[in-house]
Design a protein around this ligand. Structure first.
Ligand code: FMN
Length: 393
C-alpha cells in the first residue's frame, strides 16, 4: 500500500473503504475513504487517522515513506471514530507522539474514547504550532458537526486540512478533483452536506467567514477526493447550501400500500412539472431517505404523503419525517397528502410533523378516502397549479 504525494513532503496515507454501503445510517453507494495526511518536516506530523479496521492500511502507507515511530505529532481534527479510531494503534507504535486536539471539547472527547494515558497537546482557537519549515494553525469549527471539530491550516503550503467539511463519501483510486468526474464528486459533496452538515448552516456561514480570509490553493478533507482545481467551486457551493433558501424546485416524498397515495403523488408531481418547477419523486419503499435529503437541500417545495395504517402514518414516512426534522432545513413550503379508509389520521400527523419542522404550510392537507377519482385528481392538479401562482404573487 503506497502513500500518495499531495504536495512536496506531504502525503495522503489514508484508507479506501470500497465496500461500505451504510455509514451510520447514511447510504454510501460509492463507498468511502478515510483520509489521513503525513507531513515530513522537523517534526513529523500525522493529520488524523482512519477508522479502526483500516489501521494496518494506514501504517503500511506511512511506512512507505517513513518509519511510523518517527511521528512526533498526531493532529486529531475530530474525535469521531472514522478519524480517531486508529489512534490507539498509532500510539502503540509512535510512543513519543503527542496528540494535538481542540480544547476543551477535543480533549474531553478523546479521553472519553481512549483514556488519558496518552500525551495530549490541547490547542485553543487561533493557536499555531511550528513543525519546522511549516506552521499549523488550528481553527475551531464547533458543531461542524461535533463540538470538538477543528480544521488545520498550513499557510506556507496554502493547504487546509478541513476534516469533514468539504468531504464526500466516494471510494476511488484517484485522489484529486481534477482526476475524478466533477459531477459525481459534487453530487457526493452535496449528499454529504445535506446529511451531515445541513443542520449547522449558521455555523458553516461563520466558518466560511474565517475560511474566506485564508489563502488556500488546496483543501484536503478527511473523506473523498482532495480539492485543488475546484476549490472555488466547493467553497461557493457551501456558501449557497448554507444560505438554506432555495428559490425553486419541488420534492414529492411518499409511501403507499395500494397505490392511492401514489396516484396523488404523481398528480402533484405532474402539476409542478406543468408549472415549470423541477420535481423529484421518491417512493420511500424504494429510495433511502439519505438519498432524498440532497434534493430537499435545493428545493423550495416539499410534499409528503402517507396513507393511514392502524390510525397512523406508514413507518417509512414517520422515519423520513423524523430524519428531516433533525436536519432542520429552513425556508421551505410544504404540505401533506394521502389516502385513507375511515379515520385518516395519517394525513394530519404528517401535516403536524411538517409544521414541527418549521415549514410554511402552503396548502391545506389533501385527504382522499380510498381510491381517488379522476375528478378528485383533477382538483388536486388545479390546486397545485394555483399554489404556484399564489405563492409567486
Ligand atoms: C393493514 C391496514 C390498516 C389500515 N388501517 C387504517 C386505519 O387505521 N385508518 C384508516 O383510515 N384507514 C386504514 N386503512 C385503509 C387505508 O388507509 C386505505 O386502504 C387507503 O386507501 C390506502 O392508501 P394507499 O393505496 O396509498 O396505500 C388500512 C389499510 C390497511 C391495509
Amino acid at each position: 500500500m503506497k502513500a500518495i504525494q499531495v504536495k512536496e513532503n506531504i502525503y495522503w496515507v489514508g484508507a479506501i473503504d470500497w465496500s461500505v454501503r451504510n455509514f451510520h445510517g447514511y447510504t454510501t453507494n460509492r463507498g468511502a475513504t478515510y483520509n489521513a495526511y503525513l507531513i515530513l518536516d522537523e517534526k513529523v506530523t500525522l493529520i488524523d487517522t482512519v477508522k479502526e479496521p483500516f489501521k494496518e492500511e494506514l501504517l503500511e502507507r506511512i511506512s512507505d515513506i517513513i518509519d511510523p515511530e518517527k511521528i512526533d505529532y498526531v493532529v486529531s481534527n475530530h474525535v469521531e471514530m472514522d478519524h480517531s479510531g486508529s489512534i490507539p494503534r498509532i500510539m502503540e507504535v509512535c510512543k513519543n507522539a503527542e496528540i494535538v486536539t481542540s480544547y476543551p471539547s477535543g480533549l474531553k472527547g478523546l479521553t472519553a474514547h481512549y483514556g488519558n494515558s496518552y500525551r495530549y497537546k490541547p490547542v485553543k482557537a487561533g493557536e499555531s504550532l511550528s513543525i519546522g519549515k511549516r506552521t499549523l494553525s488550528f481553527v475551531p469549527t464547533p458543531m461542524l458537526h461535533w463540538p470538538d471539530n477543528m480544521v488545520t491550516y498550513c499557510p506556507e503550503e496554502k493547504l487546509l486540512f478541513s476534516n469533514d467539511a468539504f468531504g464526500q463519501h466516494y471510494a476511488s483510486s484517484e485522489r484529486f478533483d481534477d482526476e475524478s468526474p466533477q459531477s459525481v464528486v459534487m453530487e457526493e459533496a452535496k449528499k454529504y452536506y445535506a446529511n451531515i452538515i445541513m443542520l449547522y448552516g449558521k455555523q458553516v456561514q461563520g466558518a466560511m467567514q474565517v475560511v474566506n480570509t485564508l489563502d488556500i490553493d488546496m483543501i484536503a478533507p478527511s473523506h473523498g477526493i482532495i480539492w485543488r482545481s475546484h476549490v472555488k467551486d466547493i467553497l461557493s457551493a457551501y456558501q449557497t447550501w448554507s444560505n438554506n433558501n432555495p428559490e425553486t424546485g419541488a420534492v414529492v416524498v411518499f409511501d403507499s400500500m395500494w397505490h392511492s397515495t401514489e396516484m396523488i403523488a404523481k398528480t402533484i408531481a405532474e402539476a409542478f412539472t406543468e408549472k415549470g418547477i423541477s420535481v423529484k419523486f421518491f417512493d420511500l419503499k424504494e429510495i433511502h431517505m439519505s438519498d432524498i435529503v440532497p434534493y430537499i437541500l435545493t428545493s423550495k417545495y416539499i410534499a409528503v404523503g402517507s396513507p393511514t395504517l392502524n390510525n397512523g402514518m406508514l413507518p417509512t414516512v414517520a422515519a423520513f419525517l423524523c430524519y428531516l426534522k433533525g436536519l432542520s432545513p429552513k425556508n421551505r413550503k410544504a404540505f401533506a397528502f394521502g389516502s385513507y379508509g375511515w379515520g385518516g389520521q395519517s394525513i394530519g400527523q404528517v401535516e403536524a410533523e411538517l409544521k414541527a419542522c418549521g415549514f410554511d404550510l402552503c396548502l391545506d392537507a389533501i385527504k382522499i378516502p380510498y381510491i381517488p377519482s379522476k375528478e378528485q385528481l383533477n382538483e388536486i392538479h388545479d390546486k397545485i397549479i394555483r399554489l404556484d401562482s399564489e405563492t409567486e404573487n
